[in-house]
Design a protein. Structure first.
Length: 468
């Protein structure tokens, strides 16, 4: 069958063999908004889309050990040693090149040299590029994109150079040469700007996003309640202001103060103004353990794309992604960060609309085995609810943008959940509880795996049974 997997990050990489077993044609759809780690340096100096998730998935697909090691290699954390190793890799003397076929080595070096030339040009107008912890794969992909002028084309060329399976596609959710950032509106009205700042902020920012009174966030807000969810005909009745465009209670995300000190001497790759929060370095961060000091001040209400001023924008999804979704037999909302890996894909209006309109495909959510900073205290129904509401809002705004939906649609809106999610697969021994009764009443089938993690063979068997 034709299988489309939505989600970025490394969590879904381990499940790749299960997806390969099921599919004749396999497509991975990935976000391009992660501004953390070494990617933040590329965005600062060169600009362009965030490609860390794409590089991670490509490396997982490479069968050649030499190429996998090269594109998966990270430079040391020590500044001078990192710069020295980068120079050795570019000039071809690094031990990483030992055993490489000469023609493959020169293809790879050509694009790394192209990246180096771009960094040298940018050195005139910005602070020097920080090479510590830099991913060679990210720098390679950047060089290919700059040379070809297309993100889609750069991914395809990289897959071919690395001799990856031609049945597998890697598709950025937005085909762009520009940077796209996201923000999260919290239920208390606060806004966190930037994907890394939402999911794994640098140490300098953790102290500023602690929970009020050091207490755990609650989910008593109306839009996160699991009570009174079920309506007639297995649908849910929600007010338009909770699902579509910003309401008066959401207006908090448009106002920003000037509390952060700006550095006027340094020029960034972005044209003109850039939101102060996006200037903060995200090079050094930790995947934080859950504790009271590092939780969000309140649960996330919704995620949205922003321009450099922090204002909401509605970009369009990649047309190639839309075509793959239209012909897919199964769409998988895979494991990973719900808010920052999955939502940036499905809040794109044309992508959400295509998923809803493909009534033949199974639409399967794999529930994570543990909480992260973004989803702490949520349950399985909350996961589904957030997906449904986010996609419904995206479809509504997309249709309004096309002027294909009349203004009479204002007021109560009926959402049929199983148009967005048809099946939920969860782990009995995982941290996140799933209320199967509520989901079943809503027309969503549930499948439990008696484990605390997804195992390839078991998952493949369950997914295969869904389509059968």
């Amino acid at each position: 069958m034709n299988l489309v997997v939505l989600s970025g990050g490394t969590a879904a990489n381990a499940l790749l063999p299960a997806f390969e077993q099921l599919s004749n044609e396999l497509s991975f759809m990935l976000p391009i908004s992660d501004n953390g780690g070494s990617t933040s340096e590329i965005l600062r100096v060169v600009g362009g889309p965030a490609i860390g998730d794409i590089r991670s998935r490509i490396v997982r697909l490479i069968k050649d050990d030499k190429l996998s090691s090269l594109l998966g290699y990270r430079l040391p954390n020590e500044k001078s040693r990192a710069k020295q190793e980068w120079n050795e890799i570019v000039d071809g003397t690094h031990c990483m090149w030992d055993g490489f076929a000469s023609e493959v080595k020169e293809i790879c070096r050509s694009f790394l040299i192209h990246t180096q030339a771009e960094l040298l040009k940018k050195h005139k107008s910005s602070a020097p590029f920080q090479f510590e912890k830099a991913s060679i794969g990210n720098l390679f992909l950047t060089g290919v994109r700059l040379f070809l002028g297309s993100l889609d084309a750069s991914i395809e060329l990289t897959l071919r150079v690395c001799r990856c399976d031609e049945r597998i596609s890697i598709i950025p959710c937005i085909n762009t040469n520009h940077t796209h950032h996201i923000s999260a509106l919290l239920q208390n009205g606060d806004v966190i700007t930037g994907q890394s700042q939402i999911s794994h902020p640098s140490k300098q920012r953790v102290k500023n996003v602690r929970c009020s009174q050091n207490s755990k966030p609650s989910l008593h807000a109306a839009n996160m309640s699991t009570e009174s969810l079920v309506g007639p005909d297995a649908s849910v009745h929600l007010k338009e202001q909770d699902n579509f465009e910003s309401s008066p209670e959401d207006e908090g995300y448009q106002g920003y103060g000037d509390d952060e000190e700006e550095d006027d001497e340094e020029e960034y790759a972005y044209p003109g103004y850039i939101h102060p929060e996006l200037k903060l370095s995200q090079l050094h961060f930790d995947k934080l353990d859950i504790n009271e000091d590092q939780l969000l001040p309140a649960p996330i209400k919704r995620v949205f794309y922003i321009n450099p001023y922090g204002e909401e924008v509605l970009p369009q999804g990649n047309n190639r992604a839309v075509n793959k979704l239209r012909s897919s037999d199964m769409i998988i909302y895979s494991v990973g960060s719900l808010m920052t890996s999955l939502l940036p894909i499905i809040i794109l209006g044309n992508i959400a609309e295509t998923i809803v309109e493909n009534e033949q495909a199974r639409k399967v959510l794999l529930v994570n085995n543990k909480y992260d900073r973004e989803t702490f205290a949520m349950n399985g129904v909350h996961f589904v609810q957030l997906i449904v509401e986010s996609m419904n809002r995206a479809v509504h705004n997309y249709k309004r943008k096309k002027k294909s939906q009349k203004s009479e649609s204002a007021g109560a809106n009926t959402i049929v959940w199983n148009k967005f999610v048809t099946d939920v697969v969860y782990l009995k021994k995982g941290e996140i509880p799933v209320d199967t009764n509520t989901l079943n009443i809503l027309g969503i089938r549930t499948y439990a795996i008696d484990s605390d993690c997804f195992e390839v063979e078991t998952l493949a068997k369950v997914l295969n049974s869904l389509k059968a």
